[in-house]
Write a protein that binds this ligand. Sequence first.
Ligand code: AGP
Length: 602
Amino acid sequence: MCGIVGYIGAKEKKEILLDGLQELEYRGYDSAGIAIIENNKLKYFKAVGKLQNLRDKTKDYTSSGFGVSIGHTRWATHGKPTELNAHPHLGKFSFVVHNGIIENYQNIKDELQKEGVRFISQTDTETIVHLFEHYYAKSNDSFDSFEKSISKLDGAYATLLISEASPDTIFFAKNGSPMLIGFDGDDIYFASSDTPIIGKAKEVYYLEDGEYGYAKDGEVKLFDKDGEKSFTTKPLATDKAMAQKDGYRFFMEKEIYEQSSVMSDTMIGRVLDDRVEFEELDESFFDGIENIKICACGTSYHSALTGAYLLERVAKIPCQVEIASEFRYKEPLLRDNTLFITISQSGETADTLEALKMAKRAGLKSLSICNVDNSSIVRESDRAILTRAGIEKGVASTKAFATQTMVLWMLTLYIAQRENSITKEILAQELDAMRHTPKALKVTEKLHNKLTRLSKRYLHGHGFFFIGRDIFFPLALEGALKLKEISYLHAEGYPSGEMKHGPIALADSELFTIALMPKSLHYEKIKSNVEELSARDATILAISPEPFELADDFVQTQYSSHPMLEFFEMMVVTQLLSLEVSVRLGNDVDMPRNLAKSVTVE
Ligand code: AGP
């Protein structure tokens, strides 16, 4: 995900920016850039790829006097990762960096273009700098122009702007995306999270949404809709590892909380008003395809299973899912009317990669759904759709699963559109539900506290059964895998209707059943399956919008008309439950025993 660093003062600016951006590398990016004004002269550098490329480009440049500077690592959303699309974006005499999404950028761009403004990138960000210069041409007042510019923006942003019109000033604004200001005497720093300025600034102020202002002469002037306001700084943390976790105890916890915003990244530019688009695909790619086979491991296999329900039901295309390690040696029959999809967070999982190579040798078209660009699986596939989850550090996958599932849902609609197997009305309902997904993924304090409290009752017993039907069956599998991975307690995911065919023999008060009971899909069916378990004294933790009187414990979710919204909300509940059980057991949440983040061996 994108990162911002800014500095105003007399120290060497290039190093402050590059070192700061380096600290944000772990978030993922595909290009980077810096801009500096010193002695009234603007200088900028941009490079695609790793920061080292930017370091190489700037190796002969130093900035030793007083000046202002901004830097950015970009993770492409609008437009490909090219130098032109990399930040900072240039107007005629100003530069801007920005994190977030300007939702109304196209309208602003259209208006400015009518006035003759030339845009050179495909980004939403470039509108900010042109808007600023447009107002400046009228008022000759930099702050007034900046204020007017940000008042025109809809959407999420954290932005810094520098201009030759005010060469001693950094303008800033924040709404929806994080931004903080660091202080050390007359030196002032900006960053999108703590890490770039730890060890440099001593005090910090975390900007609130709707705040904006400027830094000049060692001072910050802060404003919001009610005018100028005062603010109080606090001491800046000194522990970088802690700061990388944005204050969360574990990366996994941070990644669970992040799912809501990450999901917007997954959808941006793809979920449009009336359809789904993938710039990675063209319609002819599906010519001759009558069947889909998905191959993956672990969590990615669970998202594949979920996708198969959607693809068959909504897109009306036959779909089979295979565990990659099994697929490799089963001598599968592969027909060239089959699209071979691999799903992988890392893009390096050996079993999945080998399965892909087999399918390619058999002449199948291939598509990967992956979180890591340029990974082996992406390079090996004919086409790739990136999940845009950002770097996932917790070994137990969370946001990767959420975004893979979302991509499969989007792909389902894409194919359904192409095949005309969906009516306009149903498509509109699906798109509407998709847009509500970030909300369904929000973690509330109340929910987290409840699961922290509940977790103390689930530290023993002789096993857990996560049960569900339909798409909630793969979610049950995923819930059980999460618990196993980080609590080391035995857990199984099972289709709830299958319990009576054997596993119900295990039922007693020490068997913990986590029942996924969505109201929008087969509620009555799963309810009777859970009643059967309750009648045999199993301990039931029910997750449902509908109160369930036989539950020993109950987590209430929202009523929703679309099963996928219930799916994502329940997913968060199971993730938090596993996290809190693991914490109580004193386990290493982020690096559980015996596991590796990326399994590159057979
Ligand atoms: C997820 O929590 C696991 N760590 C694991 O099952 C993982 O999903 C599996 O190894 C596949 O990895 P991949 O998505 O990187 O291919």
